[in-house]
Structures are given as structure tokens and as C-alpha cells.
Design a protein around this ligand. Structure first.
Ligand code: ZN
Length: 220
């Protein structure tokens, strides 16, 4: 595998990349792959009592620190408001920016949210990534692989037949948990979601004969 192999992860909020494919990203980075994280929103609405600029800086600092910790190759923020991704993505020309980034780095894989995620913002990111990629691949004949990660649940019928990518994260799971702790401003979601990180890793591992795993569905 080439040393300059790029991997993109495109998410709604500043900690989703660790919650979702964190163990996989840590593993890929340790193999020399370059991980670029694209985050749609600073999540300013989640903490309405703080000034927006304060939140932006906190999110930026935490994501950058987590990115360094996992051995990533940088984090790019798109400054969209939660709940308005679909409108702002095109209005603020982030579709073009995403296309440019894909053409510049030619990622081998793009990870993003599941199309049936429970959170509307997650679902829309997934939709916009697929829309952008489909147009791009038609216009430029560029092809890559798009994988999705989702909230924990037993599988849905629709996904049962899509090809899967299973990554053994037995060696990187502890580091994923450490990376999650960097997001101190997200302590609430951390507490409510942390159990799902364990259950997902155990159940995916169990299914595929590994001790801990992350599982993805290939949509393109
Ligand atoms: Zn999120």
C-alpha cells in the first residue's frame, strides 16, 4: 500500500470521527496512512450559554488535539449551523470545497455517517457526501470507496446485503477511549454514549471472531 494513501472522514460534529471510526483511524494512521478529518459544524448550538467564538475555539482545539493524538493529518472545519446543513452546504459552496479536497488528496476511502442514523444532522451529512461524490465521479471519473458507520443497533434489512468492512481494533481500542476523553466540552454526550462505544466494539468483534472490531457498510 502506498505511503501517501489518504483516508477521509466526514462528520457532523467535532467528536464523531472518534466515536465512530476512531479505532480504525488510529490503526490506519499507525500504518502510515494519512487521515483528513472534515467536520461540518463547530456545534455552537449545543452550548447556548457560551459565545460562539468561544465554542468555536474550544471545538477546534479539542479536535486538533485529538487529531494529533491519533496521528491524523489535520482537521478541516466547515462552518455550518446545526439543523441547516442541507441549505448552507450549497449556499456557502462547501460542495465545491469538498469536491476540491477529494480531487486534491484522492482518498482511497471516505468514512461518513450512516444514511439511517438517528440524528438528522448525521443523516444529512451522509446524504450530502454521497450527492457530492456521485456528481464528482460522473464529472471527473474519480472513483473511491465510501463507508458508513452508524449508531449501535441490530442490523437493518437494507444494510444486510451491503458489503462490509470489518476492522480489528483490539490493539487500538484503548487509544480510542483515551482520544474521546480529550473532548472535555462534550462531557454530556460522552457519558450518554460511551457505553455504546463498548457494546459496538464487542458485538462487532463477536460477530467477526475478533475481540474488538469496528464495522462499516460500503455504499459506493
Ligand atoms: Zn455527531
Amino acid at each position: 500500500m502506498s505511503k501517501n494513501e489518504y483516508i477521509f472522514v466526514v462528520v457532523a460534529h467535532s467528536d464523531d470521527q472518534i466515536f465512530g471510526p476512531g479505532g480504525t483511524l488510529i490503526k490506519y494512521a499507525s500504518e502510515g496512512k494519512k487521515i483528513k478529518t472534515i467536520i461540518f459544524s463547530y456545534g455552537v448550538l449545543a452550548n447556548p450559554h457560551y459565545k460562539k467564538d468561544v465554542i468555536r475555539k474550544i471545538r477546534y482545539d479539542e479536535s486538533t488535539e485529538a487529531d494529533k493524538f491519533i496521528g491524523g493529518d489535520g482537521t478541516i472545519f466547515f462552518d455550518m449551523n446545526e439543523g441547516k446543513f442541507e441549505k448552507e452546504f450549497y449556499k456557502k459552496k462547501y460542495d465545491q470545497e469538498l469536491k476540491n479536497l477529494i480531487l486534491k488528496y484522492k482518498p482511497q476511502k471516505i468514512f461518513t455517517h450512516a444514511t439511517d442514523d438517528n440524528l438528522p444532522d448525521h443523516k444529512i451529512v451522509s446524504k450530502l457526501v454521497l450527492e457530492t461524490y456521485d456528481k464528482l465521479s460522473k464529472e471527473q471519473k474519480f472513483k473511491t470507496n465510501i463507508y458508513t458507520f452508524g449508531v449501535w443497533r441490530f442490523f437493518k434489512l437494507k444494510q444486510r446485503n451491503s458489503p462490509r468492512l470489518v476492522v480489528d481494533i483490539s490493539e487500538t481500542f484503548d487509544k480510542k477511549i483515551e482520544a474521546l476523553k480529550i473532548f472535555k466540552s462534550q462531557l454530556n454526550s460522552m457519558i450518554s454514549l460511551k457505553w455504546s462505544v463498548y457494546i459496538k466494539a464487542f458485538s462487532a468483534g463477536f460477530k467477526h471472531n475478533m475481540s474488538l472490531a469496528e464495522e462499516f457498510y460500503k455504499l459506493r
